[in-house]
Design a protein around this ligand. Structure first.
Ligand SMILES: Cc1ncc(COP(=O)(O)O)c(C=O)c1O
Length: 379
């Protein structure tokens, strides 16, 4: 007999949060300070995990990107190449510095930035290239580093998706001049809103530390490196709260379990969905150790994407689209035409990419139900 109760919804994302987060947050409330032991613990743990020479906790990855472009001295007229298939923060940080956004296209049926498109859009005014490691999988770092370093252009890594993901044993976010991680609620590890900035450039880190501290060297004083502080540069307040950092300490403790389970889910999808006609699955480049942040599929057409999303929704499965091509957004369309170029692959993905549910709390039977539902759609 058919059951009358609705099938339980399989959410696209569910954070893994337990009593440890609550306990540490309660202890942080006792001090409720801005800069404190939990921030220092997060920074030390991220240095250990990523191997970066320095890590600065930030109030968000967006604020990390803004800080990097400020510290790199990007100014009016400087061109910064960013992914057309990307998140608004990755481009908006350029406008904060009054720089000029130049979009680069992604690869065909693949959300990673196309190094050939990046190279084709470089000019004498290009000062930086920001890349996204989509889904915790590495962009083509060999070609991007070769194209940027030979011309003295800063490579900035938007590794917002990439906590605990690496390429040839080195953490994503540590290959370029600087990188950012995000701990927003939608990410593998979350403290609601939060981020971190990674760099091996100690001078850049010192400038950002001042920038996030209202332009002062108060950070040096709080770390015991100076006896007082003063106003030294432009600045703002991009420090994360101790409350958020306490939650993040607990999240980092469970990070390996979260990563391992998400990678299992990713592998289960890859295995079960292989060979469906016209369906393109994500590829894991050789040398990549990823974190299962996203499992996306690319449909042959936008109409099929709509139908598959609707079919899954009817079965209680939440599958979600992702980025728009940023040059086609209301804000992107106000930018000068020269910066936009043609980004046909990004436009195609905006129409045809769909993300399947992925998180550490998904059971094998739920993943199998999603796979069976996708396969049934193709029959
Ligand atoms: C690629 C990318 N960059 C930046 C961000 C912004 O991160 P945050 O919310 O920590 O500012 C996101 C958030 O989803 C993202 O996906």
């Amino acid at each position: 007999m058919p059951s009358s109760s609705p099938r339980p919804k399989i959410a696209y994302h569910r954070p893994s949060i337990d009593t440890r987060e609550a306990a540490l947050a309660t202890s942080a409330l006792a001090t409720a300070g801005g800069f404190g032991p939990y921030l220092l613990q997060v920074e030390a743990e991220l240095r250990r995990r990523t191997g970066a020479a320095g890590v600065l906790g930030m109030s968000s990855a967006t604020h990390g990107l803004e800080s990097i472009l400020w510290a790199l001295g990007i100014g009016p007229g400087d061109e910064v190449i960013v992914p057309a298939y990307g998140f608004p923060s990755t481009a908006a940080c350029v406008l904060r510095q009054r720089g000029r956004i130049i979009f680069a296209d992604c690869l065909p049926d693949d959300p990673q930035i196309d190094p050939a498109s990046v190279a084709a859009r470089m000019t004498a005014r290009t000062k930086a290239v920001i890349v996204i490691h989509y889904g915790g999988l590495p962009a083509d770092l060999d070609r991007l580093l070769a194209a940027t370093t030979s011309r003295g252009i800063a490579l900035v890594e938007d590794a917002a998706h990439s906590i605990d993901a690496s390429f040839r044993g080195r953490a994503l976010g540590t290959f370029g001049r600087a990188g950012v991680l995000s701990f927003h609620a939608s990410k593998n590890l979350s403290c609601g809103e939060g981020g971190a900035l990674l760099s091996n450039d100690l001078d850049l880190l010192r400038r950002v530390d001042q920038f996030r501290h209202m332009g002062t060297d108060r950070g040096a004083m709080l770390r015991g490196e100076a006896s007082s502080y003063t106003w030294r540069s432009e600045g703002t307040s991009f420090l994360p709260s101790e409350l958020a950092m306490a939650v993040l300490v607990a999240q980092l403790e469970r990070g390996e379990r979260v990563r391992a389970r998400r990678v299992q889910v990713f592998a289960r999808y890859s295995e079960a969905l292989r060979g469906l006609p016209g369906l393109v699955l994500p590829t894991v480049p050789p040398g990549a150790s990823h974190n299962g942040h996203i499992f996306h599929v690319v449909l042959p057409s936008g109409a099929m994407r709509e139908k598959l999303q609707g079919h899954l929704a009817n079965l209680g499965i939440e599958a979600t689209r992702h980025y728009q091509s940023l040059d086609r957004t209301p804000m992107g369309s106000t930018l000068d035409a020269g910066g936009k170029g043609e980004n046909p692959h990004a436009e195609a993905l905006a129409e045809r990419l769909l993300r399947l549910p992925i998180h550490a709390e998904l059971s094998d039977s739920e993943v199998d139900f999603v796979c069976d539902s996708v396969r049934r759609f193709f029959r």
